[in-house]
Design a protein around this ligand. Structure first.
Ligand SMILES: Nc1ncnc2c1ncn2[C@@H]1O[C@H](COP(=O)(O)OP(=O)(O)OP(=O)(O)O)[C@@H](O)[C@H]1O
Length: 261
């Protein structure tokens, strides 16, 4: 399968502080990649760079062989969509109107939303289980419903590359599993930052960020090996195979029992 997303020699800084250095990433078309790492390690910063919204301090990002940071915003928005962690939504917009914003890269400035666009918005809302909420003002939605509306906006942008920053935040367990199944089913290349290591273990490969560097992109069993989880997160992790599904779950406990709260 061909490489869809490539980063080479990438460095990211916030102000004078270097957050990530010398990062290399080759993501194949259709892969689902989980990014994990402790709070503040640079997951959101990296996603913003991969989305072309923040310039790297060194290195390049190529999407489909094209250098991302050289593109105009409309061209870029047809290649990559980012669903960021916290986004303020205008309170009086309806959920369907927020989703329709994802169609902006395809619309001429003065065109309204036609039947095809409405159908696309309805389909995206149905994908995230919110088919009935298109006409609800976003201020009346719960935290989890808002997250799903933002995901629908990312889906409707129909980019071949989708970047999701902690998309399972605020979601109940059923919707977390639904989201992971949904992203696998899309057939798009998806890179998502996750805190839940068991959810990350369902991705094709996992990128672990630690102390300003990325460990090599690897299958979950290798990337989330107990020794790695201990070193990076300071906890013990015991992989357990689910007796029915065969999936691997990580049992997480404090590294030193006496440090437990
Ligand atoms: N605008 C900013 N000004 C100064 N520092 C910032 C800014 N944005 C982020 N940082 C710092 O950059 C570092 C990386 O932040 P980032 O949000 O990328 O981490 P993260 O891994 O996504 O964190 P979390 O898991 O807590 O969401 C953090 O130390 C953060 O405090």
């Amino acid at each position: 399968m061909s490489v869809h997303l490539r980063a080479e020699g990438l460095a990211c800084a916030v102000g004078n502080r270097v957050i990530l250095r010398d990062l290399r990433l080759d993501v194949r078309e259709g892969e689902t990649i989980g990014i994990v790492g402790p709070n503040g390690c640079g997951k959101s910063t990296l996603l913003r760079v991969l989305a072309g919204l923040r310039a790297p301090t060194a290195g390049h990002v190529h999407v489909g062989g094209v250098r991302l940071h050289g593109l105009g915003s409309r061209q870029r928005a047809r290649k990559v969509a980012l669903v960021a962690q916290e986004q303020d939504l205008p309170a009086d917009l309806l959920a369907g109107e927020v989703v329709a914003l994802g169609l902006t890269p395809y619309r001429s400035p003065w065109n309204g939303v036609g039947p095809r666009e409405r159908a696309a918005v309805a389909a995206a809302l149905a994908e995230v289980g919110l088919a009935d909420l298109a006409d609800r003002p976003v201020e009346q939605l719960s935290g989890g419903e808002r997250r799903r509306v933002l995901l629908a906006r990312g889906l409707v942008q129909r980019t071949p590359l989708l970047l999701l920053d902690e998309p399972t935040n605020h979601l109940d367990v059923r919707h977390q599993l639904h989201l992971m199944r949904l992203v696998r089913r899309l057939g798009r290349t998806v890179v998502l930052a996750l805190h839940d290591l068991t959810l990350a273990a369902t991705c094709d490969r996992v990128l672990v960020l630690h102390e300003g560097r990325a460990l090599p992109l690897a299958p979950p069993g290798e990337a989330l090996a107990p020794a790695v989880v201990s070193a990076v997160f300071g906890v013990d992790a015991i992989p357990i195979r689910h007796p029915v599904t065969g999936d691997t779950h990580l049992l997480i406990t404090p590294l030193h029992p006496e440090s437990a709260p």
